[in-house]
Design a protein around this ligand. Structure first.
Ligand SMILES: [Zn+2]
Length: 401
């Protein structure tokens, strides 16, 4: 048996343990979690000085295919539709590394930052082998196959591709890989997914008892598009030659889109930056199956209005945390997202912020108690953070990198 000792252990599922010890058996299960003085004798000890041990962090929303970027695209405060133009230019540019390599880089970066579970948005063609690169610790990945388009003639093919993706995910993974990969579906966003495609993707999600994720209420322009079919997104779609008004007749409100997503077994609302009170009430009323992924530094990058975090938490909504991609974020360091939340929302309790980056994310992605929490009897998926200040378990939230 191995034991891991640190100034603090933060199990998340139970109170912080000062001078803590965690003992793990040969099968990787936690057999003791408590004070050093009470730990069983005869273990192989690893002592982490000036450190906290906590569950592996959960990045509830990212797009690993952009992990080869050194810096976000555009500049801080860029208008969202202009940024999308930059993303398209980059995606189809000639200087890119292979997508599989970018994903491998993203997995490696995530592991380095103590992330052990990811809600990944993947674009066609999705190759599940891309998620099997060997890592120091196995990762749990919920891979959402992202689809978009408003041409009804293409819907059948997109649904077939999605079905094939689910079938691919059911096949056994190569034995060399210990990463856990689970398939899910993602209609991209209200402005990029026509009614027909949204309905069909949701139908596959329902049939497959799958998770669904969608970027919703990310910008005010998106609300304008949904509610009145005017504004920057019309200009953007028109300039791309894909504005098809007839394809967007059914969903005239953000609420209608949330209702559609709620038909699936579990729905992750990505961003939700501009959800209003009735929309938040709806997510709260469906909290058993709906979560929201907040991406704090991406939120700051676009200079959005204050995030309605307190309003979400007051309603008991399960708020998870994501980095979003390196196209709008400097890195995949989830702990820095938590630091950013603490800085922008100082009244939210540090314990709540840690829970958002761990247990809430695991719940949002449907991973069991082995992820996002340290629980006796469960597998130990943990990370270690070196800290300058050990006077309290979450003092590190004050430290901006
Ligand atoms: Zn995203």
């Amino acid at each position: 048996m191995k034991s891991y000792l640190a100034d603090w252990i933060l199990p998340v599922a139970s109170p912080p343990i000062p001078n803590g010890a965690m003992v793990v058996d040969d099968a990787g299960r936690i057999v003791f979690l408590g004070a050093r003085a009470q730990m069983p004798a005869g273990t192989e000890q690893t002592i982490y000085e000036s450190s906290v041990i906590m569950p592996g962090l959960v990045n509830a929303h990212t797009h690993l295919e952009f992990s080869d970027l050194d810096a976000p695209l555009g500049k801080p405060g860029i208008e969202f539709t202009k940024w999308i133009g930059e993303v398209i230019k980059f995606r189809f540019g000639s200087e890119r590394v292979e997508k599989s390599d970018a994903i491998a880089m993203g997995l490696e970066q995530s592991a380095r930052h103590g992330v052990m579970a990811i809600g990944e948005i993947a674009t066609a063609p999705v190759v599940l082998e891309d998620y099997q690169s060997p890592l120091p610790c196995p990762m749990a990945l919920r891979v959402f196959f992202e689809q978009l388009g408003s041409d009804d003639a293409e819907v059948a093919q997109k649904v077939a591709d999605l079905e094939q993706f689910f079938a691919q995910a059911e096949a056994p993974l190569s034995s060399a890989c210990a990463n856990q990969v689970v398939a899910a579906v993602s209609p991209h966003a209200p402005y990029s997914v026509g009614d027909c495609l949204l309905n069909e993707l949701a139908a596959v999600g329902v049939k497959r008892q799958s998770f669904v994720a969608m970027h919703v209420a990310e910008t005010l322009a998106e609300r304008e598009f949904v509610e009145s079919k005017t504004g920057p997104f019309i200009e953007m779609l028109t300039s791309m030659g894909v504005w098809r008004p007839a394809a967007y007749g059914n969903y005239q409100s953000i609420l209608a889109i949330l209702e559609k997503l709620s038909e699936c077994d579990s729905a992750l609302v990505v961003h939700g930056n501009y959800l209003n009170a009735p929309e938040l009430d709806f997510v709260a009323a469906n909290r058993e199956k709906m979560s929201i992924a907040f991406c704090p530094r991406t939120h700051a990058y676009f200079d959005h209005a204050r995030y309605p975090l307190e309003e979400m938490l007051e309603r008991g909504i399960n708020v998870a945390v994501g980095t979003d991609s390196r196209a709008s974020n400097p890195d995949l360091d989830l702990a820095q997202e938590l630091v950013e939340i603490h800085r922008r929302h100082p009244d939210v309790a540090p314990e709540t912020i840690l829970r958002m980056g761990t247990a809430n994310g695991a719940s949002a992605l449907g991973f069991d108690e082995s992820f996002g929490r340290l629980v006796q009897g469960r597998e130990a998926h943990f990370c270690v953070r070196r800290v300058a200040d050990v006077s309290s378990p979450l003092a590190w939230l004050e430290n901006r990198a």
